[in-house]
Write a protein of this length. Sequence first.
Length: 336
Amino acid sequence: MIQTDIIIIGAGPCGLFTVFEAGLLKLRCHLIDALPQPGGQCSEIYPKKPIFDIPACPEVLAGDLIDRLMEQISPFNPGFTLGERAEFIEKDEQGQFIVKSSGGTVHRAPVIAIAAGLGCFEPRKPPVPGLVDFEGSGVEYIIKDPAMYKGKHVVISGGGDSALDWALYLADGVAESVTLVHRRDSFRAHPDSVQKVLDLSARGGMKLLTHAEVVGVSGAAGNLDGLTVKLKTQGELALAADHWIPLFGLSPKLGPIADWNLNISKNAIEVDTFDYSTNVDGIYAIGDINTYPGKLKLILCGFHEATLMVQSAFKRIHPDKKNVLKYTTVNGVNAF
């Protein structure tokens, strides 16, 4: 069992910044996220999308913002349970919360901070017959371990940053071959990535099929060995494939949080703006997952919410201690 002061559900920007603010108060944090790496949407969906409204950063790429947040919280040594979704919540006899995640990991803390963004993200699956038969045995929607594609024939579908970035990564000495399939000849990715894909394809380092989509899967004993690709002007093409990775983005769903007896309005958790507490004592919600009059779904607003939330969490965790606000410009940032 993992014991900590604050269980943070969601490792996006707001969840990560909570670690920093909690660390200043000597509170330990452990983060749970269904995605295989920290960063939420910033890492998974648009790592190369520029963000312009972070104070003192005229422009920062989403992925770079996550890197900086991870550097900022490193002195406080947070724990992570990644690739697992927070499923069940209950209180023990001491009044502490027990959170069990989908991988069977058990967490315990007196405070929970829900920073789950728009909720649990589920992959957008293409409507291909028989697809479900190969999920986990050749069809993956999230790349958790790039090493598993070593020496394999890999097909990636999609035209966004995630699809192009992974295609370039796997084509660089990891996979035996990489084919990128996209429905159009224009991409939603960063221009630099698009040019790299076009250049690599021209040199024969990967195969690029545009105006195309995967319409069929095949294999034996539940293991994928081939795909059928429909081309706009050339009919159908058979491709040998050990892995197919459709990267069409993630669809947000509230998930198990909807069953935690929280007050919910339009798929968001209602909170008190005094400290962003929910109707369940000891559970807070910050960032895009919460709602209140005047709510703005901005990262910088989530940072503000996290700052006030941990002040309240400190009082709950240490009711007999007095917390005096100390400026980091005076005291610096001190690890535990």
